[in-house]
Write a protein that binds this ligand. Structure first.
Ligand code: SF4
Ligand code: SF4
Length: 386
C-alpha cells in the first residue's frame, strides 16, 4: 500500500536493526526529453544534451530487482515527460501494481490516453500528479504552451469519468494531485485555482514557488514586493482550501531563503564500512531514540544533514543514480549492475557517513532550501510516529 512515511520509518528501523535495507522509495526518470517547453522549466537546456537512455529491458530488469528486494514505493516522473516512453511507463505501472507495490506518476498529462486512466483506476494506481499552472487556458498556456490546458482538462475529465464509473472497486484511487508553480504570471490566481481544483475533484494541490534556472526567465520570478502580496493571498488561500475541504502544500511554503543549504560541524559518530549505523542492543522505541540520538554513541539521524541516502534511490534515464533528483554520481550507473550492489556501493556508504559527520559533498552544500525543509518536515513526522 501507499504510505511513504510509514515505509521510510520501516526502512530506517531495518537499517538500524540489520545494518542494511533497500530504499523505501525508488524514483525513476524514464526520459529527460519533453514534448513541452514550459517557461519556468530548465528542460529546453537539458534537451540540448544527447543522452543514451536505458532501454525498456534495462528499466524493467532494475524495477523487478527492486520489487524482489522489497522496495515498497515507486515514483515515476523526472526531468522530462515520462509518457514520451508511453509503452514502457504503462508496463512499469502494471508491473508495480501486479506486485502490490505503491506508485505515483507525475506527468504533464498531454500524452495520457483515455485507456491509461481507465487502467489506472481499475488497478488502483495510487497517485497521479498533473501539472497545470493556472485556472484558465489563458494563464496556463502562456506558461506551458498552447493547447496544454485543454489537454490537461480532458485528462481530468477521463479520470473523473472512470473513478465514478468504477467507484465500486476504486472510489478514490488514483489520488489526484495538481501541481502549480507559483510565478509572477499566475500568483494572483491561486484562489481561482483552488476552485478549479475542487471542481475537478483534486485531492491535493501542490504549490511550489518557481526556482529560477535560466536568467532569461527572470521576468517570471517573484520579487520581494510580489512576495508581500503572495503572503496575503496564501492566507486567503489557506482559508479557502479549508472551506473547500482541499489539502494543499500552503502550510509548507516560506519565502525562498537566500543562499544554499545549512552548514556546520557535527559530532563524528563512528560507522561501519557499509555506512550503516552500527547495531545497537536496545531496540525498544528504536526509531525515536535513533532520531533523537539517545544511544550510547550519541548517534543521531535527526542531526544528519539529510536522510535521503538511507531511504531514497533515484534512477536517471541514462542509468546514473543518486539519493535525490539533484545529486547524481557520474560514476554510479546501474547498467549491468544489480540494484543492491549500487545501493550498498562505496559511493552511497560514504554519502551516508558524510551526512552524519556533515562533511558534505558540493551538491549537498548547494542543496536547495526547499529540499532541506522537506527533510526537516520528514524528521518531525517520523518523530511523531510510534
Ligand atoms: S512539462 Fe514538465 S518537464 Fe516538460 S517543460 Fe514543462 S515543466 Fe518541464
Ligand atoms: S543534494 Fe540535498 S536532498 Fe540530495 S542528498 Fe544532498 S542534501 Fe539530500
Amino acid at each position: 500500500m501507499y504510505h511513504p512515511n510509514r515505509e521510510i520509518k520501516r526502512t530506517l528501523e531495518q537499517w538500524y536493526s540489520s545494518g542494511e535495507a533497500p530504499p523505501a522509495i525508488f524514483e525513476l526518470y524514464p526520459t529527460k526529453k519533453c514534448n513541452l517547453s514550459c517557461r519556468t522549466c530548465i528542460q529546453h537546456e537539458l534537451q540540448k544534451k544527447n543522452v543514451a537512455e536505458l532501454t525498456d529491458e534495462e528499466f524493467i530488469r532494475i524495477v523487478r530487482e527492486a520489487i524482489e528486494w522489497g522496495v515498497a514505493i515507486f515514483y515515476i516522473g523526472g526531468g522530462g515527460e515520462p509518457l514520451l516512453r508511453h509503452d514502457l511507463v504503462i508496463k512499469l505501472i502494471e508491473l508495480i501494481k501486479e506486485n502490490r507495490r505503491g506508485g505515483s506518476l507525475t506527468t504533464n498529462s498531454t500524452l495520457l490516453r483515455e485507456s491509461d486512466l481507465e487502467k489506472m483506476v481499475l488497478m488502483g494506481w495510487d497517485d497521479i500528479h498533473i501539472s497545470i499552472d493556472g485556472p484558465t487556458a489563458e494563464i496556463n498556456d502562456y506558461l506551458r504552451g498552447s493547447g496544454t490546458f485543454e489537454k490537461a482538462v480532458r485528462a481530468l475529465g477521463w479520470l473523473n469519468k472512470y473513478k465514478s464509473r468504477h467507484g465500486n472497486r476504486s472510489a478514490t484511487e488514483p489520488f489526484l494531485n495538481l501541481n502549480f508553480v507559483i510565478s509572477k504570471k499566475n500568483y494572483r490566481f491561486m484562489l481561482d485555482y483552488l476552485r478549479f481544483a475542487r471542481e475537478n475533484n483534486a485531492d491535493y494541490v501542490l504549490f511550489n514557488p518557481m526556482i529560477l534556472h535560466d536568467p532569461s526567465r527572470s521576468y517570471l520570478q517573484l520579487t520581494e514586493r510580489d512576495w508581500e502580496e503572495v503572503k496575503v493571498i496564501m492566507d486567503q488561500a489557506r482559508a479557502l482550501a479549508g472551506e473547500l475541504n482541499l489539502r494543499t502544500s500552503l502550510g509548507d511554503i516560506g519565502e525562498p531563503a537566500s543562499g544554499s543549504g545549512k552548514k556546520g560541524e557535527g559530532p563524528s559518530p563512528s560507522m561501519n564500512d557499509s555506512g550503516a549505523l552500527p547495531p545497537w542492543n536496545n531496540l525498544k522505541n528504536k526509531l525515536h531514540e535513533m532520531l533523537k540520538g539517545k544511544n550510547e554513541k550519541n548517534m543521531s539521524l535527526e542531526n544528519a544533514f539529510c536522510l535521503k541516502p538511507w531511504y531514497h534511490f533515484v534512477l536517471h534515464s541514462d542509468g546514473y543514480a543518486g539519493p535525490c533528483c539533484i545529486y547524481k554520481n557520474p560514476e554510479i550507473n546501474v547498467r549491468g549492475r544489480p540494484l543492491r550492489e549500487v545501493w550498498l556501493s562505496e559511493f552511497f556508504s560514504q554519502l551516508r557517513r558524510a551526512m552524519l559527520i556533515k562533511a558534505l559533498p558540493p551538491s549537498c552544500r548547494a542543496c536547495p532550501p526547499i529540499m532541506l525543509e522537506e527533510d526537516l518536515r520528514l524528521k518531525k513526522t517520523l518523530l511523531r510516529m510510534r
